[in-house]
Design a protein. Structure first.
Length: 675
């Protein structure tokens, strides 16, 4: 994945004297915004390391007349011709002040500007540079037919010598075949001697070697006798990121689901867009067997005997209702109070923009710049068995967000809680980090910020700051004056669908990572799931949001709660949480947690019994899907679009439904057969 390069004011740099990790960004000055590691009382055990940035243009050239720095790009404008006693590259530019560099990873974009007809045209990456006759280099070329081309070499007081594992028996592919930009990356471990060189494919090294001759030295770029250019250079001292966080692929499991068409929600979208952006299917806790579905574009529907009718139109009753530009905007979710049959109370979440941004004040906000409000409403009817809805509404909560992404995601009452249980009638709300700038802020880790949390409130109480809901006294931060008492758990980026296992009463939820790892977590009161210091259980560095890093030795004592299952973006685009099946109709599915991939529509299962130990070793299996005639299909056959927009629902009997936000259709899992 390409790196993002941003300008930053030098006043944001750390001032600590001891710097344990150095980032050098050359060509353009880079830092992640807001370098503070403060967590506002959350006290994570392993804060991000301080770092310093070397100013750009600080190069040590063997021959400065060959090089030019312009508009963030370092150009080798003339071919170098080394005249020394040994055969080695003819032009080298070294990053200043890196002579003690040992363990590191280096990334950059490079291109050859030499005519493509030239055989052996090259760019080299230099490291371990001790002197003009002592260093390593990786030679990147369009040719792999002769020994000096396309390999890893050492210069040690004599002509360069090839040391890569591939050698001429299995020469690396010659990929520098054009004048386009190519991403290069090198990982170096002095302890093991490991050298790994990647070009374009950041998952599989193009060439590898093991050598401990030079344990430290400067790094830089150059060429044997060609011209080229280098930009967006990132050099990180220390352990490099993990290229493949979850190396074991998802297995094709033994289960096959047969999907049977159930219903279609009426179209509400514009031409070419989603027909009905359905987001959830649930029931009313009233033994009526009615099912309810919400369309993000503003309406709620009731399904009785497979007949779909309108139940409630939120858009028509909220002046500043906002469902554009899509994403997380619109009528996001609903939840019926467990006593709905008696008290007639229904809760909904929607977003507002327009005049609401200036005429209404959020109960919680990150400050000026909110572009959307997430609003929690309570609706009350005196006729809970009657459709459509008729009654009144009141506003319980309004939250400000800097973007329509990762806002108020979901809410639910614990269906396992019974009258007399302390959890009965308490509403859980998943609140995302707000996304902008989610990588760089500490809001998800702050117990004084509403973002990146799971909340728990009493919607019938009145001791909240706005007096419209209650805060359970046994919430983990309810007795702290410097914290939001509503917080039940923290450290979340994009929690996407939580549910409870009816047998064990454990909560599970899907969590969409930034760029590498999605996860399934067990929901635990007071837990800190790590974002944005962790992604999927791995160390997340705000200065390098495209990768994850190994956790440090001190991590064993950290306060973070780790996933019970994880899946990286080799296998998935974005996880959507589902349900543990404890129904009666599908015995082969009993005891399995069903979840999926929002984008591709893949369905997965994992044994719920493997989701309790936090060892991240639960085996995830892909489910095959059949249509009603028994033909194996991918989900795009059902969604009728390349993006599935997969969601799940559940009825009062625990049966699971599959939804597509792309076309407004709903299917039941009519069969689940092990084979």
């Amino acid at each position: 994945m390409p790196f993002s390069v941003k300008a930053i004011d030098s006043r944001t740099f750390f001032s600590q004297a001891i710097v344990s990790q150095i980032i050098l960004v050359l060509g353009l000055l880079v830092c992640m915004g807001g370098c503070s590691s403060s967590t506002d009382g959350a006290d994570p055990a392993d804060p991000i390391d301080p770092f310093e940035i070397i100013q750009p243009k600080k190069w040590a050239f063997e021959d400065s007349t060959l090089w030019k720095h312009e508009n963030g790009v370092l150009h080798l404008t003339q071919s170098g011709k080394y005249t020394g006693p040994i055969r080695r590259p003819g032009a080298v530019a070294l990053v200043e002040n890196t002579h003690d560099l040992s363990d590191f990873y280096l990334s950059a974009f490079v291109k050859s500007t030499q005519d493509t007809s030239v055989v052996g045209r090259d760019i080299i990456v230099v490291f371990g540079y001790r002197s003009t006759q002592e260093f390593y280099y990786a030679h990147l070329s369009n040719d792999n037919t002769v020994m000096p081309h396309n390999g890893i070499f050492i210069v040690n007081q004599s002509d360069r010598r090839r040391i890569d594992d591939q050698g001429m028996d299995d020469p690396p592919e010659g990929r520098l075949i054009d004048t386009e930009w190519h991403q290069i990356r090198i990982d170096r471990s002095s302890a093991t001697g490991s050298i790994q060189v990647y070009l374009d494919d950041m998952r599989t090294p193009l060439m590898t070697a093991t050598d401990t001759t030079f344990l430290s030295g400067s790094a830089g770029f150059g060429s044997f006798d060609d011209t080229g250019a280098i930009r967006d250079i990132r050099l990180v001292a220390g352990s490099g990121p993990i290229i493949d966080p979850v190396s074991a692929p998802i297995v094709d499991g033994s289960l096959t689901f047969q999907l049977e068409y159930f219903a279609t929600i009426p179209a509400s979208g514009t031409t070419g867009g989603p027909l009905a952006r359905i987001n959830y299917l649930g029931h009313a806790n009233d033994e009526s067997e009615r099912l309810f579905v919400n369309d993000l574009q503003g309406k709620m529907y009731v399904i009785e005997a497979r007949e779909v009718t309108e139940y409630l139109n939120i858009r028509a009753q909220t002046a500043d209702f906002m469902d554009s530009p899509g994403l997380g905007s619109g009528f996001g979710f609903f939840a019926f109070h467990p006593d709905f049959a008696e008290n007639g109370k229904l809760y909904t979440i929607h977003t507002e923009g327009g005049e609401a941004l200036t005429s209404k004040t959020p109960d919680y906000s990150n400050g000026p710049g909110d572009v959307v409000h997430g609003v929690l409403l309570e609706w009350t009817t005196t006729q809970p068995t009657v459709s459509p809805f008729s009654g009144s509404k009141r506003e319980l909560l309004r939250l400000g967000f800097p973007s329509p992404l990762h806002g108020m995601q979901q809410m639910a009452f614990d269906p396992n809680a019974k009258q007399g249980d302390e959890d009965f009638g308490l509403l859980y709300i998943a609140v995302g980090d707000g996304e902008i700038p989610g990588n760089q802020t500490e809001n998800a880790q702050s117990i004084r910020a509403h973002n990146g949390k799971i909340w728990r409130i009493d919607p019938l109480g009145d001791d909240s700051p706005n007096g419209q809901y209650g805060i359970p006294a046994f919430n983990p931060f309810a007795q702290q004056s410097d914290a939001l008492g509503e917080i039940w758990a923290l450290g979340l980026r994009n929690p996407h669908r939580f549910s409870w296992d009816p047998l064990t009463r454990n909560m599970y939820f899907g969590h969409i990572g930034e760029a590498q790892v999605d996860a399934v977590f067990q929901g635990i009161q007071g837990a800190n799931y790590g974002w944005n210091l962790r992604e999927g259980g791995y160390r997340f560095e705000k200065k390098d949001p495209y990768f994850v890093y190994p956790n440090r030795d001190s991590d064993a004592s950290s306060r973070f709660t780790y996933p019970v299952a994880r899946i990286d973006h080799d296998d998935i685009r974005a996880v959507v949480g589902g349900f543990v099946y404890r129904g009666d109709r599908l015995p082969d599915l009993y005891g399995k947690y069903v979840f999926g991939d929002i984008v591709l529509g893949q369905l997965f299962v994992v044994d719920a019994g493997d989701l309790d130990d936090g060892e991240m070793d639960a085996v995830i299996a892909r489910v095959a899907i059949q249509d009603a005639s028994g033909v194996i299909r991918s989900f795009d056959h059902f969604a009728q679009r390349s993006r599935a927009d997969l969601r799940f629902g559940q009825d009062a009997q625990g049966e699971i439904y599959v939804l597509s936000k792309a076309n407004g259709r709903i299917w039941t899992i009519s069969a689940a057969v092990a084979h």
